[in-house]
Design a protein around this ligand. Structure first.
Ligand SMILES: O=C(O)CCC(=O)C(=O)O
Length: 262
């Protein structure tokens, strides 16, 4: 199990800290790492309420122009960069960004931001990795990560609500055959990161409620997810004019690809 506890870890000087190094080591070895206590639990509770209010109408068992079905009763939707859900503490959580920048370099970008909704009654998701390996070449498995997914559940992920099963080392082996996944409980306020190459699968949601998980895709600045946004109406990043100017200077590089495209 690779879990790093961030409770009591100050956000100043994180980039050079041993705890970030430990998280990166675990991520590199296993292909994922769980980051405990990165957001106060009360914040997650209020984000959950905000989610129900702002996105409740998107909790439906059918794909729309603005959503993507990613499994039976499981959908991906974009989240707007506004309110608590779109705050920098979420899309650029200081602990997460320190790990992301150590893994993907200082100029890592945010390629997509949204939520994955696993509806009550969702079955096990197909086992998959989030995108194709580079050049479709075996060499790609030996390389450092080029993209990763951050997941921040708005309800505890456990045997009832359904966690995400992750196959340790599968990013290097290129296969999940013959190995058992980890099925970590992710409490409120904790999140996890997995390499785009790591095999994983959403577990059944046996609860009576939707299980929303905020996600962000971070990547090296030359990379763009080539498979999950083929549908033109599905947006990777959604914000109002003026949002980019409001992003603090030290986080602007996350959006460098957007600004240069503008
Ligand atoms: O719902 C989950 O637990 C995982 C979802 C996921 O991995 C995906 O949609 O790519």
């Amino acid at each position: 199990m690779s879990r790093i506890d961030f409770s009591g870890v100050p956000t100043e000087g994180l980039a050079q800290s041993k705890v970030i190094e430990a998280a990166c080591d675990a991520f590199t070895r296993q292909g994922y790492v769980i980051l405990d206590n990165i957001v106060p639990q009360d914040t997650i509770r209020s984000l959950h309420a905000e989610f129900a209010e702002r996105y409740g109408d998107q909790i439906r068992d059918r794909e729309t122009a603005h959503s993507l079905e990613v499994g039976g009763r499981r959908f991906m939707i974009p989240l707007h960069f506004s309110g608590g859900l779109g705050a920098k503490e979420i899309f650029a959580n200081p602990h997460v960004i320190a790990v992301v920048r150590m893994i993907l370099e200082e100029d890592a970008i945010i390629d997509a931001f949204g939520a994955i909704l696993s509806l009550s009654g969702a079955e096990s998701q197909h086992i998959h990795h989030d995108g194709p390996i580079l050049f479709n070449s075996e060499i790609s498995r030996l390389l450092p990560a080029y993209a990763l997914t951050f997941g921040l559940p708005l309800v505890e992920m456990n045997d009832i609500s359904g966690t995400t099963a992750l196959w340790p080392g599968s990013h290097r082996r290129g296969s999940y055959a013959g190995t058992e996944p980890e099925r970590p409980t992710i409490p409120l306020g904790s999140g996890f990161l997995w390499d785009y190459r790591t095999y994983h699968s959403g577990m059944p949601n046996r609860s009576d409620h939707v299980r929303p998980m905020v996600y962000a895709t971070y990547a090296r600045n030359w990379w763009q997810d080539p498979v999950n946004f083929r549908k033109e109406t599905l947006q990777r990043l959604v914000f109002e004019p003026g949002f980019l100017q409001s992003v603090p200077e030290d986080l602007r590089s996350l959006f460098a690809h957007v600004r240069s495209a503008a």
